[in-house]
Design a protein around this ligand. Sequence first.
Ligand code: 13P
Length: 345
Amino acid sequence: MDTKLMTETAKAMVAPGKGLLAADESSGTCKKRFDSVKVECTEENRRAYRELLFTTPQISDYVSGVILFDETLRQKTKDGQPFAEFMQKKGIIPGIKVDGGAHDMALHPGEKVTEGLDGLRKRLEEYFKLGARFAKWRAVITIGKDASGDLLPSWACIEANAHALARYSALCQEASIVPIVEPEVLLDGDHTVERCEDATEKTLATLFNELTWQNVSLEHVILKASMVVSGKDNARQAPVQEVAERTLRVLKRTVPAALPGVVFLSGGQTDENATAHLDAMNRMGGAPWPLTFSYSRALQAVALNAWRGSAANVGAAQAAFHHRAQMNSLASKGQWKKDLEKKAA
Ligand code: 13P
């Protein structure tokens, strides 16, 4: 276990003005995204699309690392350079999604537990050799009601997922890989923002308790958090400042100051909201950790839409991606302004 390496990795992941690109969609999720723009989800199209993102000029000014899917870590640029090597040369750290996806939790209808611990120690060894220096494991927490009317999330779901996240983290650190722990509280549903805040607080408190019990070094873990937002079908959508205040309050209550950084997922928020929320939190200040982005949809949607599978659109797609990365870089410093979006439109 190389703690010096993990210290450097974690620090670089959340370097000032930089954040992560989540490009670790499984082939199934990638198909959904490609279907939306009528692109066939072949291995070559996935490779070409990822190459478009990674080769965007100046992207390393804003992106410190990229979370990859297993297939992508093994792929190469069209000139034959492994993606991981290409990124390292540009000062971008390759990372890897290692979880086996969220599966229906037995005896807990409506809830999920993330699988993938079996054989993980061996896989991490190989990922390190392939160049990955950080990893990601996503757990999914659903807010709602079960068939008998009991409120979800259940304690069992929060606990099972926190336990798996902690065991995954311990295995990562043993392999000198920085774990990103991602307990995503879903925004699907008609719940209030108060319920989201409550579920997020309980989830994070349980997670850090489990990490401590599993002897995970908190100095070498990055939290990937969901923001405290209203359920997407709730009539009252909490405004930007309220989301920022609630999110920061929950984080301060539950996340140890020892953590090197907190990154956020976008989770289905609009691109601009994801940026505005991050910006508002950084304007508030006072957090003991850097707060930055680790978005998939909120960075990529515009690029995918511009690309639509055509080589002729690569330049436009890269410009769109560059713009979103730049906006989120500004937000990570609390320097984003809404009119910067209009100018680009
Ligand atoms: P979104 O930003 O699209 O939520 O994706 C982030 C992610 O990595 C989900 O695991």
